[in-house]
Design a protein around this ligand. Structure first.
Ligand code: SF4
Ligand code: SF4
Length: 111
């Protein structure tokens, strides 16, 4: 089997890298926020769990305790929230108008 042009790999494959899909800009509506009180890695002060790091499709979560999210590239997809076993990540509205709208919506649901 021949080699690819600029690489010593023998088969075609892609490598994850930060911001594979480019900078997010201002279109994201929700942003993930890690609660260090609930995060296993933050509580233990060790690189454990790391499900968020492993499954983030944009590879923008650091492998650190606590994990940090590069908001310049995060797409707000919410995968990290779904895979976190401790419910330590929550999506919060990105823009002030979204906050106002969600507060209004919550108020109308309470009636
Ligand atoms: S919201 Fe999506 S892109 Fe952003 S950190 Fe979580 S999994 Fe990664
Ligand atoms: S998946 Fe949740 S508990 Fe695990 S390291 Fe990430 S934020 Fe912490």
């Amino acid at each position: 089997m021949g080699q690819t042009r600029h690489c010593k790999q023998k088969t075609a494959m892609s490598w994850p890298c930060v911001g594979e899909a480019g900078r997010t800009g201002d279109w994201r509506t929700l942003r993930p926020v890690v609660d260090p009180e609930k995060c296993v890695a933050a509580r233990k002060g060790k690189i454990v769990c790391m499900q968020c790091w492993m499954f983030c499709p944009d590879n923008v979560i650091s492998r650190t305790a606590p994990p940090e999210i590069d908001m310049e590239y995060c797409k707000g997809c919410g995968v990290c929230v779904q895979v976190c076993p401790s419910q330590a990540i929550e999506m919060r509205p990105e823009h002030a108008e979204d906050v106002a709208a969600s507060t209004k919506e919550e108020a109308s649901c309470d009636r």
